[in-house]
Design a binder for this molecule. Structure first.
Ligand SMILES: Cc1cc2nc3c(=O)[nH]c(=O)nc-3n(C[C@H](O)[C@H](O)[C@H](O)COP(=O)(O)OP(=O)(O)OC[C@H]3O[C@@H](n4cnc5c(N)ncnc54)[C@H](O)[C@@H]3O)c2cc1C
Length: 425
């Protein structure tokens, strides 16, 4: 090829301008090209990975594929639902990531050929890669709870993806008459950030107590135990006589919904709801399945050192979509895993061996405004699995004074500001 080679940015821009045509970038970039990494999904894990890949080696050709120009964050979206926070505080753009040299492509990925190493975008454009990082988050399983499909979610929002669903649930709670019953349905593990469902229950109960004092919240749960349970239960006892938690052993397992009748059924009962927040079972984001990286659980098995898929070589899976042993599906963990993966990919594309990682996860929960607690864990790979390091980490003390809870609530906000400015700022 003669003349200057177009940059990746020019190439992608040209490709998008000529939308409809199918553009394969490999022939144009073959000579003297730098390794190309395509990241699918610009959430907590993917956006971190793109930024840290570029930071680890500025010569890498990094493209981040994400359909939305604005990312809506789930952590603290429960505060939006409870009327304690403005949705605008949850929204982040990608300009600073692009300014770091990452090529932003605002399209959905619709297909991945892991053998040929080609990603197909919604507009038909194709991107070649040497390594692919998949971080599409999780999707509701719309076939898992009888009666609960995409249309039902417009009437009984899950609000387990932040954005329109968050605002829908907020509006429904506001519009509900004082005296109405709110029903929440919680799935069995694994799913995205289980503690956030109990945080949500707490904050909805707070909203009802302060704004609709004749209303109550019934939480139907497919579990008997959950993380930070004593801390939540103590807070419920102290603040929320209006909250009834029905565990699976008391018949709480959600078995189906009837949208027309506005009912949620559980093992022993049918509950009439003025507002229903149904959090269905979940699986890895659809593109992970299309890429062949999911197993029969619906999630993606990965190598713990590199996060490389155990099913599709050359593809790494991060964040909620991955099966990462004892590591929870959280933004904190997705961000940490992305840094580990970025370091590993930078080595792998140069033929070097990645170092063995360790990482920390902390999940904060608010049971009321100015009342927080947390659980922390340290993880390391053991025999091909992420395991928790015994004796490290821990949970907030059960008998802590109120000032301690207030301090932890401040830490929670500090954590959110830090992680979002590291990724998007
Ligand atoms: C109510 C709630 C509260 C939470 N609170 C906390 C908390 O306090 N702390 C914490 O650590 N975690 C919390 N979480 C969990 C956290 O939000 C998730 O674990 C985290 O977002 C996972 O990151 P991810 O990058 O895997 O997925 P996401 O952040 O969901 O990002 C996935 C991205 O992939 C994109 N995508 C999907 N498919 C495609 C495709 N085909 N092509 C291109 N892009 C695609 C999506 O548009 C999205 O931007 C909470 C979750 C909820 C629901």
């Amino acid at each position: 090829m003669t003349g200057p080679c177009p940059s990746r940015r020019q190439l992608v821009t040209a490709a998008i301008v000529g939308a409809g045509a199918s553009v394969l970038s490999r022939p144009l970039l073959a000579q003297g090209a730098q390794p190309r990494v395509v990241v699918i999904g610009g959430g907590f894990a993917g956006a971190t990975a793109a930024r840290f890949l570029k930071r680890a080696d500025g010569r890498l050709d990094v493209t981040l594929v994400e359909p939305n120009a604005i990312f809506a964050a789930c952590p603290f979206s429960n505060e939006v639902i409870a009327g304690l926070r403005d949705m605008r505080a949850q929204l982040f753009g990608y300009d600073r990531i692009a300014a770091d040299g990452v090529v932003m492509v605002h399209q959905a990925a619709t297909g991945v050929d892991g053998k040929a190493r080609i990603v197909t975008l919604d507009n038909g454009i194709k991107l070649n890669y040497d390594r692919l990082v998949l971080a599409p988050g999780s999707d509701p399983r719309f076939d898992a709870l009888p009666g609960y499909d995409e249309a039902a979610a417009e009437r009984m929002p899950h609000a387990w993806k932040a954005g329109a669903q968050t605002l829908l649930l907020r509006r429904q709670l506001e519009a509900m008459e004082d005296g109405g019953t709110v029903v929440m349905a919680l799935p069995a593990l694994p799913y995205r950030c289980p503690p956030a469902s109990y945080e949500r229950a707490s904050l909805i109960a707070f909203y009802l107590k302060t704004k609709k004092p004749r209303s109550k919240l019934v939480v139907l749960d497919a579990k008997d135990t959950f993380s930070m349970q004593r801390l939540f239960e103590n807070a419920w006892k102290e603040f929320y006589p209006n909250l009834e938690w029905v565990p699976v052993s008391s018949g709480g397992n959600p078995t189906g919904v009837d949208v027309a009748a506005m009912t949620v059924s559980s093992d022993f009962d049918t509950h009439k709801a003025a507002v229903a927040n149904v959090i269905p079972p979940q699986k890895a984001g659809r593109i992970a399945e299309l890429a062949g990286t999911t197993d029969r659980t619906g999630w993606c098995p990965v190598d713990p050192i590199t996060f490389e898929s155990r099913l599709v070589p050359g593809t790494h899976v991060l964040g909620d979509a991955a099966i990462a042993g004892a590591v929870p599906k959280s933004a904190f963990a997705g961000n940490a895993a992305a840094k580990i993966c970025a370091a590993a990919v930078t080595k792998l594309v140069r033929g070097e061996t990645p170092a063995e990682p360790k990482f920390v996860n902390t999940c904060y929960s608010l049971a009321a405004p100015d009342y927080g607690f947390s659980v922390a864990g340290v993880y390391q790979p053991v025999n091909g699995q992420w395991l928790e390091v015994e004796g490290a980490g821990g949970i907030s003390p059960v008998d802590a004074p109120r000032a301690f809870r207030s301090q932890e609530a401040k830490f929670a906000y500090g954590w959110f500001n830090t992680i979002t400015s590291e990724i998007f700022g």
